[in-house]
Design a protein around this ligand. Structure first.
Ligand code: CA
Ligand code: CA
Length: 170
């Protein structure tokens, strides 16, 4: 990967977190993602699943702020993301899985509509709601169901998610 390609990748990761396009990553991006997922899957915010998703979103934000909000202004700027988050997440991918786990666990519970495990179609819908383009959402959902049984395991989602953000430098 050359450095232009690397920078483009990092920029796209930042934009994925900056859900509302405000130019920084902050608490609203995480709570907004939770709200969008609940709406997509017809789940009430006040339900147990809804509350778990909001708690997970808050924990995810706190974890992100803890590693990247260097100046403590409750926002992760593009600069803080590039210099702080990217490097630390790369050095410690398991740390990323740890801060994302409660949110992903709750999101899976919301997207698992029949209680039999999350399907590739549901993963695709969730990714689309979070702003991933159709082709990429389709490809990721297909790849996550590696054994083709029509259900995706939580461990595979966590690994895939962490892997996406842990980007080798050029
Ligand atoms: Ca934002
Ligand atoms: Ca900051």
């Amino acid at each position: 990967m050359d450095s232009a390609e690397y920078e483009a990748k990092i920029a796209s990761r930042f934009e994925a977190f900056d859900q509302d396009g405000s130019g920084s990553i902050d608490r609203e991006d995480f709570s907004g993602a939770a709200a969008a997922l609940l709406a997509e899957f017809g789940t009430a915010a006040r339900s147990d699943k809804g509350q778990a998703l909001y708690s997970g979103a808050e924990a995810f934000w706190q974890g992100m702020a803890g590693i990247a909000d260097v100046d403590g202004d409750q926002r992760v700027s593009r600069q803080e993301f590039v210099t702080g988050a990217v490097k630390r997440l790369r050095d410690s991918p398991e740390r990323f899985a740890e801060i994302a786990r409660p949110f992903l666990h709750a999101a899976i519970a919301v997207a698992d509509e029949d209680g039999g495990g999350v399907t590739p179609a549901a993963v695709e819908r969730a990714l689309r709601v979070l702003g991933v383009d159709r082709a990429a959402a389709e490809r990721v959902a297909r790849e996550l169901d590696a054994d083709g049984d029509g259900r995706i395991r939580e461990a595979d989602i966590l690994t895939g998610f962490a892997g996406y953000y842990v980007t080798p430098e050029p």
